[in-house]
Design a protein around this ligand. Structure first.
Ligand SMILES: [Zn+2]
Ligand SMILES: [Zn+2]
Length: 398
């Protein structure tokens, strides 16, 4: 492995930062302390800092030489609304909030890269360091784009990275085309007429309607979309009723759809609208559907080949999988890739052997109450960000 020596020797500093972020997790668009720490750290490295993008986002700008090429490097900042079961010293200090997706580590890796690049200035052009808020609710990057981040800070291409527990340590996975699914989070309301359970003829039953809907919706996946177009629809919430002998007025159903193209999501959403309306009508109820979409993350081919070349220069050919299996998970980096060419990749975080005493009982997987970011991957991730910038802009050391 070709880790940049100055980054290797800064591993403890990155680790300390990472663990600080882990101990003080903040939710989507509430990353006040987090963004202040990011901004102060960047300023400490002598980097020009812009605060308050998409509310709590931070951008750092680094220039060297006279080149007019530019590149964006992105890390996400937010934590999840869940209760951490780990008991080690850097566990969450805020009950009900937890860095269970490793965004603490993503920030530390990009800050480690920023530290090195600010000192060395061995590149020719402009690097835009993007710390984006609210990835977990799927909208922080979109708000940054809508606010014109790339008009204010133009970049030729943008790159992102996510740690991947359960994948061999310090290996990379990437692919051209779709790498993460787009989503359609949905909420359905079935409005019926409540009645005594013994006299159903006096009511319009939203529970039976909801039960029919749950099965009817699955038909979209098997009957309406092309079998070769990957998609999944999961109903995950079904709420209604208080008493065993009362038919309630209203039932609410929630869930998510994942697919790798906007066209497939459009088709599924449109069929859902028809089915919710028709099944409700058939049962003399009223059906309402609300959908919140996040785009699929689609890597551009040339920039992905470039990213793979950079990965190979660090960890060697055999540790880069250029045909990694796409994930049904989602990522709001999708919106940055709609605005600029670029590539999103996974960095293998190992099988959980880094787990310390005081870990929770569950597996070390993303969005799990026993998760902890693996600090072993900080130097590789950080070197990757640096090499992306240097090799994109030119002026890099051999
Ligand atoms: Zn996540
Ligand atoms: Zn994440």
């Amino acid at each position: 492995m070709k880790i940049i020596p100055e980054i290797q020797s800064a591993q403890e500093e990155m680790k300390a930062l990472r663990r600080w972020f882990h101990a003080y997790p903040e939710l989507s668009f509430e990353e006040e302390q987090t963004s202040e720490r990011v901004a102060k750290t960047l300023e400490g490295y002598g980097i020009e800092v812009h605060r308050g993008l998409a509310r709590t986002g931070v951008v750092g700008v680094l220039r060297a030489g006279h080149g007019n090429r530019s590149v964006g490097l992105r890390a996400d900042m937010d934590a999840l609304p869940m209760h951490e079961l780990n008991t080690f010293a850097h566990r969450s200090q805020y009950p009900g909030k937890m860095h269970a997706c490793g965004h603490d580590g993503h920030m530390a890796m990009l800050l480690g890269a920023a530290r090195y690049l600010a000192k060395s200035r061995d590149f020719d052009g402009t690097i835009v360091l993007i710390f984006s808020p609210a990835e977990e609710n799927g909208s922080g990057a979109k708000v940054m784009i809508d606010e014109g981040i790339f008009d204010k800070f133009p970049v030729d291409a943008v790159f992102g990275l996510h740690n991947s527990p359960g994948t061999p340590l310090n290996t990379f996975g990437v692919r051209p085309g779709p790498i993460l699914a787009g989503s359609a989070e949905f909420d359905i309301r079935i409005i019926g007429v409540g009645a005594h359970a013994a006299f159903p003829q006096d009511g319009k039953d939203p529970v039976l309607t909801g039960a029919q809907l749950v099965t009817a919706l699955q038909g979209i996946i098997t009957r309406n979309k092309k079998p070769l177009d990957t998609a999944v629809l999961s109903v995950t919430q079904f709420h209604g009723g208080e008493a065993r002998n009362v038919i309630p007025d209203i039932v609410t159903i929630g869930g998510t759809v994942r697919a790798f193209s906007e066209a497939t999501l459009d088709l599924i959403e449109s069929r859902m609208r028809t089915i919710v309306g028709s099944v409700a009508e058939a049962n003399e109820c009223k059906g309402e559907l609300k959908v919140r979409r996040c785009a699929p993350t689609i890597n551009s081919p040339d920039e992905t080949q470039f990213a793979a070349k950079v990965m190979k220069s660090i960890v060697g050919e055999s540790k880069v999988n250029l045909d990694v299996e796409p994930s049904m998970g989602g990522e709001d980096f999708a919106y940055m890739l709609q605005a600029r060419p670029g590539s999103f990749a996974f960095l293998g975080a190992g099988n959980g052997e880094h787990r310390e005493l005081g870990h929770g009982p569950g597996p070390c997987s993303l969005h799990n109450t026993s998760y902890d970011f693996n600090d072993e991957i900080l130097p590789v991730g950080s070197t990757y960000y640096v090499e992306l910038a240097r090799q994109w802009l030119g002026g890099a050391r051999a």
